[in-house]
Design a protein around this ligand. Sequence first.
Ligand SMILES: Nc1nc2c(ncn2[C@@H]2O[C@H](COP(=O)(O)OP(=O)(O)OP(=O)(O)O)[C@@H](O)[C@H]2O)c(=O)[nH]1
Ligand SMILES: [Mg+2]
Length: 467
Amino acid sequence: MSHQLTAPHPKFAVVGHPNKGKSSIVASLAQDDTVQISDTPGTTIKSRSFPLRMDGEIIYELFDTPGFQRARSVLAWLEKHDVPAHKRAEAVEAFINTHRENERFSDEIELLTPIMEGAGIIYVVDGSKPYGEEYEAEMEILRWTGQPSMALINHIGENDYSQEWRRALEQYFRIVREYDPMETDPQQQVLLLESMAQLDESWRVPLKHSIVLFEGRRDQKLEQSAKTIAHLVQSMLSHLEQFRFSGEDVEDTDRQKLLKNYQQHLRALEQKSQKFIEQLWSHQHLQKEQESLLFEGVDLFSKESASIFGLSRQEMVVTGVTGGAVTGAGIDLLFAGHTLLLGGAIGAVVGGVGAYFGFDELSGIKVLGKTLGKRYLEMGPMENRNFPYILLGRSLYHLHKVAARSHAKRGAVTLTMDETFKEKWLDDQSRKSLEKFHKRFRSGDEISSGEIQAYEALVLACLKKIV
Ligand SMILES: Nc1nc2c(ncn2[C@@H]2O[C@H](COP(=O)(O)OP(=O)(O)OP(=O)(O)O)[C@@H](O)[C@H]2O)c(=O)[nH]1
Ligand SMILES: [Mg+2]
């Protein structure tokens, strides 16, 4: 019948004991970084729905719920009613109706309500803590609801009690899986969606569909990211900054002002591009918190940035990009075999290196409009040959961090990187291919849309090596 077509989308209530990672799992599955997560038990006090939308359509809906507080009392109430198995769900309904106004059971009412309204159950436990009988009342109550259910073992701490958990959970749940909400491996997500699809016949089709969309959306996000980065490189390299000066002669302060404006403009372009990519990967929260994900203290034009992301002298020679303003390239990678913390340790590691971007090394300065009343100084396009690689390295590094950041992560972003990052995305061949475009971008000539597309494809290929 046609009502099949309008069947409601699958819904899942993520339930369990307080502080076991329920909200973290919701954040990871709904790819939503606004879910409230903290190490204080009882953080979630209201059930909240997180629909996963793709192209305006709700694919599935997850309910974040408070943890059980009085499971034993609830179960005692239910058991007092001593109903046959086919009436147990009605007893749960009766419990909700009877205690709706009762503060004592507000957490249980909150978590049972979406289940009784048709949500499947995802029961979450912490496999790093031993199993205990106190969980049995919770699992028993869930059984009384009669709704399809599965269990997820999360690991918050180091210890591993998953074997005993598995044995206990399998008594109550047909499907028991491990899941790590801090992990962004798309394969893990797909495997879980496949398990969820097994819970109810009518969810199979929509959830299979969601897997296809999910994978397609990841490709879209990668392509969109490559486009954004390609556009960033092109617009930075070709940028012309003008500065109107008033006096007869060009003063040193005018030149400095122009350079400052030029650099500011490029920094702003990079930031805008990063925000766009964060949004694309659903990390709006990073912006709301005014938390800059990256490059705290590692300025676009700093020697640190050049030494981490730029080409070494040897790479410049191999790529044939010597000549022009290459000073920024004069730094070979100085760190080897250790992990760096961006923003902190880098200064210490590369301190003492003299060569880095200076005034003239970005671009020459022209004086325009000599004969007219208005006179301008102009800077650009970018002449520094190493700059596009530094910019690409920074952009890819940022993307790699954003794409790998779980939506369940909260708090400060610790950024560590090692000297192999550049090797991961850049080899001799891709460097040579990229260089042809960089040369075009800094020529100041009109760039055709075909060229831009070809460059985007190159960036996408580099980007796929690191995500
Ligand atoms: N390292 C690690 N920490 C986790 C993991 N899952 C959850 N946590 C942390 O455990 C704490 C509790 O996570 P929440 O997701 O808020 O747990 P909850 O079950 O929703 O808690 P309540 O809402 O209080 O019932 C938070 O500090 C999380 O960051 C995990 O897989 N690994
Ligand atoms: Mg919670």
